[in-house]
Each structure stands twice: as C-alpha cells, then as structure tokens.
Design a protein around this ligand. Structure first.
Ligand code: F0G
Length: 457
C-alpha cells in the first residue's frame, strides 16, 4: 500500500463549531485582525502551534487516572525518571512545568552579564531568558538554513566553522553551549548526528558544558534514520540514545514530543549543577519530585515518551506534513523545503510580492486563511520580528515573512488537510488583489501577541 493512513482510531471526539464566512469576518474585525485575540471556539482548524495541542492516547488517559499525587516521592515521578533515563541516559531528571521553566533555571544559574551563549538558532523563549540575564544569545546556523528554497537534508545544523571561530574569540565568556533539535527557529529543520557530534567535540575542547534543547527530539531522530548515511538500520531508540549521549544534559518542552498538554524536563549529569537547579526549582516551581506538575501529568508524560518513537506514528506525521507541502507546491505556493515534521512554513513574501514587507504579507495570508476556512496559522515575519531602527526611528522588516501552518500531534486527519489546501487555493486565485495591514497599536516587546491592526484599503 502506498497510502500512509492515520495509525489510530478516534474514540473520543471534540466537535468543531462550524462558522460562516460572515461570522468569521466579524470575529476577525473584533480581534483587530490579530489571530491571537480570537476565541478558540471561533477557529475551525487551529494551526497556531504544535505545543501542548496534541491528542493523548488511551494509554495516556489511563495513566492519568493512576497518577500518584504525593507531594514528595510520587510513584509517577519515579516512573517518569526511569523512562527518561532509559531514553536519554542522564543521571538527574528534574520535572518542570514547561520548557521555558528549565531555561529560566539554567540561565539563572549559568548566565551573567558580559557572557554569550551560542546555538544553531535560539527559540524565542530561550533567547529571551538568556537576554533577561544580560547575556548575549548568538545564532550560528549553516547558511542554507537561512534560505527557504535551498536544498539540504539537515538545514537545522550548526555552522561548525563559525562555531570554532566563535569559541576561540570568546574564550572564558561562554558558560554553556546549546544546540536545538530540531531547529524550530528556521523551519523545523533537523540536525544531523554528525553535526551533534562535531558541536559536542568543539564544546568539549573548550571545556564548555553542552546542553541540547530537545523539544522535538523524536522528530529529529526520525530524520536521522531517514536521511543520514549509516543510520537506516539503526533502531530509533539507539539513535536517540546516541544524540543525547553527546551532551551533558538537556532542556525539554514536553508539550511537543512528550505528547502531553503540559510538562517539561531538565536533565543533567553534573551533580553540582543539578543540586543548584533543584534548589531554584523548590523556590519557584515545586518540590523536585513534581516540579510544578501534577502526578497525573508526569504519568501521562512517561507514557507519551514510551509512545513517541513508534515508527508508524512518526511516518504518519511526516506523511501529513509532506502531503500539505506537496499540495501547496502544486498550487504554486512557495514553502520552506524540505518539509520538517511539525509544520509547513509558507514564504508569504514570495507568494505576495506586491505587498511590501512593512505591510505584513504574512499577516495578510493568515487573515485570508481565517476568513476563507476558519484556519488559524501563525505569522513568523515582520509582525513578529520587525524592529525599529534606533537612529532613524523607522520600522525595519524581518529577514523573512513566513506563515507557519503548525500540525498538532494526532489531532487532524487528511480531510482536514484537504480543507486547508482548498482554502489556500481560493486565496491563491485572488492573491494579486490582496492588500496588506498596518499596525495601529503595539507593545514595546513581543508585539505580535497583542498588536491591533487594520487592513490597508
Ligand atoms: N524550545 C523550543 C525549540 C521550542 O519550540 C519551544 C516552544 C520552547 C523551547 C519553549 O517551550 O513553550 O514549553 O515553554 N515552542 C512553541 C512553539 C511555543 O509554538 O513553537 P515551552
């Protein structure tokens, strides 16, 4: 059989409230053309994020019922610890409520003024938590990673040459080195095993501790098995063990490949660092055997981690993203290629070249998709990352204007993807007549979440 079917049956359903175009136009105007301000009940297909939006399995729901809610020494903690140690191999497993809690703790301990922290590409919360400490967050992606149309199997890689120079030039200023697998900041692109190994060797040569940002570790391992020479016959679990084995620890947002709606992990080998982290954890998150999670959350996460490396599941996930990307390509819609697993990124600036970047072509596409199909994508472009020139006070566009169609795990089926494609076809047929948006009100930072916009008439 060529068709890759959803490898699950649906036993519990959540109705989608069907809306009319008029209702959606009204809701969008009331949200000031900012999709973050929409009520979820007014959205039919929510592609804002794959974070915490997935569906749990029957075994996860069953595990939830068995959660041990003891304040200290919960059975659910020990199950989670053993599962994580089996998968990732680290000595200390510290639960946290989500990824950014691990980031906050690590950078509070390790980062300080006049220091810098390299990564292939820092995710926004990682960057923000580093900069909050007065530390510089430096991105060193390979050049092809910045070009949406460039070919490449591992466009998420760290630029090893630039990292080598960076480490030499900043000796004594780097408290920790990072690598994000997969690289969410540049289109969900995977990082090769060779790149993880070489990054690790460089950090080691300089005596710098190495942590992975491993939110989508299973999707990265799947891509290594599929694309990297020598791994086709390696068990996924062995690939995962090898990836984590090169690092001294990791920060994990479990809301992605942990297959849960809330949760995170901070894993470390170093006893002293783990002890400092646990002390900070007690201060703001909770006792070290729950770290801000309920016992049932940890039970569901342990089960999610036992499920995520299922080959049929990962293959289906890859097939969904590829089906969407191939459909877009047939419609002539430029996308970041090759497609990763968690999202398809449309190059809105290339699709709508008549709309200047400062008139937000990405936001135009997002609003059109919502009006036509009740679809909520997320703009990752000038609305999110545009800046103001300090000298002239003039607004500056972002490097790219992308629209992320993010796929929650195990939530939507192929007919939902067909619906998305039909909506996009409608938008493409009218694209030359579309107009941009202007910003009426914005916050001093992270403006995309709360900005109020108006269509340019
Ligand atoms: N690291 C990466 C690579 C991420 O993608 C995210 C979250 C985080 C860290 C932070 O984790 O949300 O659990 O605190 N990414 C989400 C997204 C929000 O939509 O891509 P968190």
């Amino acid at each position: 059989m060529k068709t890759i079917i959803e490898p699950f049956r649906i036993r519990s359903v959540e109705p989608i409230r069907m809306s009319t175009r008029e209702e959606r136009e009204k809701a969008l105007a009331e949200a000031h053309y900012n999709l973050f301000s929409l009520a979820a009940r007014d959205v039919m297909i929510d592609l804002l994020t794959d974070s915490g939006t997935g569906a749990m399995s029957t075994k996860q729901w069953a595990a939830l019922m068995q959660g041990d809610e003891s304040y200290a020494g919960s059975e659910s903690y020990f199950d989670l610890r053993d599962t994580v140690q089996d998968l990732m191999g680290y000595k200390h497993v510290i639960p946290v409520h989500q990824g950014r809690a691990a980031e906050r703790i690590i950078f509070q301990i390790m980062a300080a003024d006049d220091m810098c922290i390299p990564n292939n590409t820092h995710f926004d919360t990682t960057r923000a938590n580093i900069e909050f400490r007065g530390t510089q967050a430096v991105d060193l992606p390979v050049p092809e990673g910045l070009d949406p149309s460039a070919a490449g199997d591992f466009k998420g890689n760290m630029d090893i040459g630039r990292l080598r120079v960076f480490l030499e030039e900043n000796q004594g200023r780097i408290p920790v080195g990072l690598l994000t697998i997969t690289n969410n900041g540049n289109g969900g692109q995977p990082v090769s095993m060779q790149n993880i190994r070489e990054t690790s060797e460089l950090y080691k040569q300089h005596g710098i501790p190495f942590l992975l940002d491993a939110a989508r570790f299973a999707e990265n391992a799947y891509m290594i098995k599929l694309r990297e020479g020598g791994y086709a016959d390696t068990d996924l679990k062995d690939i995962v063990r090898e990836m984590f084995g090169y690092a001294d620890g990791c920060m994990v947002s479990a809301k992605k490949d942990g297959m849960v709606n809330i949760g995170g992990l901070l894993c470390l080998n170093d006893d002293g660092l783990a002890s400092d982290a646990r002390n900070l954890l007690i201060l703001t998150e909770g006792f070290p055997t729950y770290g801000g999670l309920a016992g049932r959350d940890m039970a569901a996460l342990a089960q999610g981690l036992r499920e995520v490396l299922d080959w049929d599941y990962l293959q289906y996930r890859h097939a969904s993203a590829s089906y969407l990307a191939d459909g877009l390509e047939r419609l002539g819609v430029p996308c970041v290629r090759p497609t990763g697993l968690h999202a398809v990124y449309v190059d809105a600036r290339a699709l709508l070249p008549h709309i200047p970047a400062l008139e937000l072509p990405g936001q135009t596409l997002c609003c059109e998709l919502y009006k036509v199909g009740g679809i909520r994508p997320v703009e990752i472009g000038t609305l999110m990352f545009g800046t103001t020139d300090a000298q002239t006070g003039k607004p500056q566009p972002a490097t790219l204007d992308l629209v992320r169609l993010t796929l929650p795990r195990r939530v939507y089926t192929q007919s939902h993807v067909d619906w998305i494609l039909e909506a996009i076809e409608d938008v493409v047929s009218r694209k030359d007549g579309l107009k941009g948006y202007r910003i009426l009100e914005e916050a001093p930072f992270l403006r995309a979440f709360t900005a109020k916009l108006a269509p340019i008439s």
